[in-house]
Design a protein around this ligand. Structure first.
Ligand code: TRP
Length: 331
């Protein structure tokens, strides 16, 4: 069975866009692959070295992924900093990662531009840590979006360089991977692009939002004066509502509002009411699970311990073999 690894950023709560983009993919993958999902708390230190937030952010992300349906028995879900084999492999891989190639990384350049006062070495070697995350389980598949393609390319460079350097065929090439063909993109409520918190308070609906908050956000979504011609194309600030509806509502509901739009008989207030209802219906069981798991310290401890055990078993094997390949020997 092929191995999948994915790192989850430990900053920020999950919204509907994350759910239909990444999480749903993970849910399908866990039945068909040997999956390792981890919360990338070491990575978060490159930009967010804030002790007061660290634990709660990790905890919240863990709770939300579990509530969304990641099964800790089927997949291995763990915290990056619980697996010391990862930083060991990171150290070893740093010996054949070159300054020039690390400086050329677009995400590094973006972060330098955004935070010129915090250009730390961890930021520079972020791609080496990410490579270590992936190759520690000798994974071949990595479910990430386009923004991570360059990091994956670097992962392959480091793996291949290691293999060449020691004349082995040890690390496989990791490829970007999505389950099924097309990723569902959820636009933001403001119709100005994808859903995300950086776009403003009311742009995203979070998995943990209460029915009142969902209602408030959806009803505030900007619309236009309505279609004036039969079957006219929808502008972005209207199409977004239809796209969200496509993800959470029944086909009949979607068809119904499409028909009203095409006949110029749509009332956006009604559509938003329906959308509020369907998002709430979709999210209520997830929100209830979040609240449930959030309180269940014992369960969380069990999940984390089990994940750590399974991850270290796989990671330990790789580290033993890598140390042998490099030439470390026991006295
Ligand atoms: N860099 C990834 C992101 O920003 C997170 C990440 C860290 C990751 N390590 C990983 C993703 C390993 C996949 C595999 O989203």
């Amino acid at each position: 069975m092929e191995t999948v690894v994915s790192g989850i950023r430990s900053t920020g709560n999950l919204h509907l866009g994350n759910y239909f983009g990444a999480v749903q993919n993970f849910l399908k993958m866990q039945h068909e692959y040997n999956c390792y999902f981890f919360i990338a708390d070491y990575h978060s230190l490159t930009t967010h070295p804030t002790p007061s937030d660290l634990h709660n952010n990790v905890r919240r992300v863990l709770v939300e992924y579990l509530a969304a349906g990641i099964d800790p028995e089927k997949s291995t879900i763990y915290i990056q900093s619980d697996v010391p084999e990862i930083p060991e492999l990171y150290l070893l891989m740093n010996m054949n990662a070159y300054l020039g190639e690390l400086e050329r990384s677009t995400s590094f350049k973006d972060k330098v531009r955004a935070n010129p006062d915090n250009v730390n070495a961890g930021l520079l070697t972020y791609p080496v840590l990410m490579a270590a995350d992936i190759i520690i389980h000798r994974a071949t598949k990595v479910p990430v979006g386009k923004d991570q393609e360059q990091h994956l390319e670097m992962t392959r460079t480091f793996s291949n360089r290691f293999n060449r350097m020691y004349d082995v065929e040890y690390f496989p090439e990791a490829q970007a991977f999505n389950f099924g063909t097309e990723l569902i993109k959820i636009p933001g409520l403001d119709g100005k692009g994808k859903m995300g918190k950086s776009e403003g308070e009311n742009n995203a609906v979070y998995l943990g939002d209460s029915p009142e908050v969902i209602k408030k956000k959806v009803m505030k979504a900007v619309t236009d004066g309505g279609p004036t011609e039969m079957n006219q194309a929808k502008p972005d600030i209207i199409q977004n509502l239809f796209d969200i509806m496509k993800a959470v509502s029944s086909k009949d509901t979607l068809d119904h509002f499409n028909e009203l739009y095409n006949k110029c008989e749509i009332r956006y207030g009604n559509m938003k009411k329906q959308l509020t209802e369907d998002i709430t219906h979709f999210l209520t069981p997830i929100r209830e699970k979040i609240e449930d798991i959030e309180r269940n310290e014992d369960y969380l401890r069990k999940v984390v311990t089990l994940g750590q055990e399974k991850a270290r078993e796989s990671a330990g094997k790789t580290i033993r073999e890598v140390r042998e390949i490099i030439g470390f020997k026991k006295f």
